[in-house]
Design a protein around this ligand. Structure first.
Ligand code: BES
Ligand code: MN
Ligand code: ZN
Length: 499
């Protein structure tokens, strides 16, 4: 999708559809007022007739409104203007794109940027609007036998400016938002790719493609033999059960001087999680193609960061492996040595995420990181605790945690902090090794985070459990959400704007 800006009278613009907002109580938005004037009161007449009351997410399509050059006007209800809030702004954007898609307007003039957003500015609104538009138009069709017939699809959306002095701000916001949504879309595509195609090697290829697409990016891959040299016994205990070789993928974005400490993001990239010898029940095992959504969010965020040319150093790391049962697979009861020197008793081979992550997290200390954030579909328990709205946040540093909460509240890609108090640590103490990889029924997502905390003491660290937020599994509406690319990109933007 191409986005642009337009100033001047929207009645004069020639486009297939003009999207314009109306509030409750017959209150017209600024652009609706212009269209009403041009059409000598047509919009007000329609409102008076009562077909649309301006309630949030109502829509009404008008044809051939007099003296308006575009053949269609889509009215979108904006709710009560006095109680406007950011969440509602996002939801009206979602409603608008649904309708635009339905009428397959090739080009559209969107007059919704002026909508009240509960104090949010133009750049914020532009970004949320484009995120919703791209999400609404997204379809994963890569695996269809023949390309799906599309009649006329949306190609251009121009944003109407109520003040032409806003041109620069909105244009810059469009460019940043486009880079962000390119990242989100890339994350969804790779996450939706099934596990027979999306292997650790496939993730490595996607990471190398990033280096081809952006001059600021370099990618290197640690193979299993390299990981052996580093003593990554926990990581290798997972990948050893699969015929697909595991990979530790390192993606560097250089946007600042070499000595500038990088922010590091580390993604869980289990391309399929059968549970291993501690086999998962068959019923919903297919969901585990999404066990690499952390990795997908790293790929997406690195793409966004490079596209936005952020003036900072960022390192993305992906711990990629497949968790399979086989004659080579690790057994419950096996004890392995991690790169950190600590040993782990593997009591459940299905708690594999923490095993690949702990070695990756030990490895990243060499980058002398400003902060490290890992992103993982780590526990079913997190879905029980928080559902699908909030990502679970765990951190050993209040400032990092607060920064993530703030970035989440700002973008509405939200997180909720949970504790990793010392008291929980006893649940993963082991009689035979330094720790065990499961902590019992209680507080499953916390004990998983406590496990990771034992490998992240040297730097400021946060863990995001995205098991509930990274994908939806509901019939034909299933698929990756692209979360938390927006959150991470905002967090990094905020860091770049610090100092
Ligand atoms: N990938 C799963 C977690 C998961 C479950 C994500 C459901 C999304 C939906 C993870 O590897 C796993 O299997 N975790 C176990 C841990 C347990 C064995 C301690 C779990 O959550 O049951
Ligand atoms: Mn598992
Ligand atoms: Zn898993």
């Amino acid at each position: 999708m191409k986005y642009g800006t337009r100033a001047g009278n929207p009645a004069k613009t020639r486009t297939q559809c003009v999207v314009v907002g109306v509030y409750e109580n017959n209150q017209l938005s600024e652009t609706a007022t212009l269209l009403d004037k041009a059409s000598k009161g047509h919009i007000r007449k329609v409102l008076k007739r009562g077909d649309i009351q301006g309630k949030t997410n109502q829509t009404l399509l008008l044809h051939d409104v007099p003296n308006v050059n575009s053949p269609r006007i889509l009215l979108v209800g904006l709710g009560n203007s006095d109680t406007a809030d950011p969440q509602r702004f996002v939801s009206t954007a979602r409603t608008a794109i649904k309708q635009i898609k339905q009428i397959s307007a090739k080009n559209t003039l969107c007059c919704l940027l002026e909508t009240k957003g509960g104090g949010k500015g133009l750049a914020w609104k532009t970004s949320r609007m484009i995120e919703q538009f791209e999400a609404g138009l997204y379809d994963y069709t890569e695996m269809k036998g023949k390309p799906t017939e599309s009649a006329q699809t949306t190609e251009v959306i121009d944003f109407q400016l109520t003040d032409k002095n806003d041109q620069n701000e909105v244009s810059a916001a469009i460019a940043r938002a486009k880079a962000l949504t390119d990242g989100i879309t890339a994350a969804k595509d790779v996450a939706n790719t099934p596990a027979n195609v999306c292997t650790p090697t496939y993730l490595a290829t996607a990471a190398k493609q990033l280096a081809k697409d952006y001059g600021s990016i370099t990618t290197t891959i640690l193979e299993e033999k390299d990981m052996q040299k580093h003593g990554m016994g926990a990581f290798l205990s997972v990948s050893q059960g699969s015929d697909e070789p595991g990979k530790l993928i390192i993606i560097k974005h250089k946007g600042a001087k070499p000595k500038d400490k990088p922010h590091v993001i580390v993604g869980k990239g289990i391309t399929f999680d059968t549970g291993g010898i501690s086999l998962k029940p068959g019923g919903t095992m297919y969901e585990m193609i999404y066990d690499m959504c952390g990795a997908a969010s790293v790929l997406g965020t690195m793409r966004a960061v490079a596209g936005q040319q952020l003036p900072m150093n960022v390192v993305g790391v992906i711990a990629a492996a497949e968790n399979m049962p086989s004659g080579k697979a690790s057994r419950p009861g096996d004890i392995v040595k991690t790169m950190s020197g600590q040993t782990v008793e593997i009591l459940n081979t299905d708690a594999e995420g923490r095993l690949v992550l702990c070695d990756a997290l030990t490895y990243v200390d060499k980058f002398n990181p400003a902060s490290v954030i890992d992103i993982a579909t780590l526990t079913g328990a997190c879905v029980i605790a928080l559902g699908s709205h909030a990502t679970g946040l765990f951190s050993n540093d209040d400032a990092v945690a607060d920064n993530l909460v703030e970035a989440g509240e700002n973008t509405l890609d939200r997180v909720w902090r949970m504790p990793i108090w010392e008291e929980y640590q006893t649940q993963i103490n082991s009689a035979f090794a330094d720790m065990q990889n499961i902590g019992g029924r209680e507080a499953g997502s916390i004990t998983a985070a406590c496990f990771l905390a034992r490998y992240t003491k040297k730097y400021r660290w946060a863990h995001l459990d995205i098991a509930g937020t990274a994908y939806k599994w509901a019939g034909l509406n299933k698929g990756a959400t692209g979360r938390p690319v927006t959150l991470l990109t905002q967090y990094l933007n905020d860091r770049a704007n610090e100092t």
